[in-house]
Design a protein. Sequence first.
Length: 277
Amino acid sequence: MPADRIARLRAVALSLALVAGLPLAAQAETLKLGNEGVYPPFSMVDAAGNLTGVEPDLAREMCKRMAVECEFVVMDFKALIPSMLQGKFDVLVSQVTPTPERKEKMLFGTRIVANPNVFIMPADADYPFTREGVAGKGLKIATQRGGAGIKLLQERFGDSVEIVLYDNPDQFHLDMLAGRVHASFEAKINSSVDFLTKAGGEKFKMGTEDFWLGEDSVPEAERGLSWVVRKDSPELLARMDVALKEIIADCTYTAIRKKYLEIEALPEEAACADKTN
């Protein structure tokens, strides 16, 4: 075979090898992220069918800084933890309370919101929301199915109230306005901006006590809700935490939050007061 032909064949072979190797070299890591999509202003689906809100936008920025691709898996909150543990996605990016029971199964990252639970009650309620205070009133109290608040309600009220479970706050807010349930136990920020300030919200008021549903040992100044991964993913969590802490420190978190929410969602945001518009 002539030498020039051999040289050409070698060149073609080298080119094919390089082309064949490109997809492997350029293929980005893809993370599947679980989110509920019905927890405004933190997550919701817009009119065009796009997942939006504080947490999806924050997750996209996190993935960008980690140099990975993001794919969202949207489902009811009650299904998120079991689905992640079964390997259906990698990271749960809906805020999760770090209860002792959950910490046995999952790894919790840096807090992404300080959002305690509160009681939302009738505006004319003049009785304490205790077992004795509500006894005999026939109250129905709504809360989210799969949420950490169920245990507190059971321990606080016993059989003095009927606890009614819903897949998401939008559902029980509608039933509160219709008079089918009388009160709710839910996240403070969400109820402040997505219920009490909307039509019909004036019929209700927020209780004066904030409830922390996580471990009692967590100092009050450090309490908050986080995203979670499986126990077998500590390296992934460490990479996430690096990105999230940078996002919070450089005030990108605050810029994202301000798109959907006027009030601060983390104490760390105080340092960003004069740095974002």
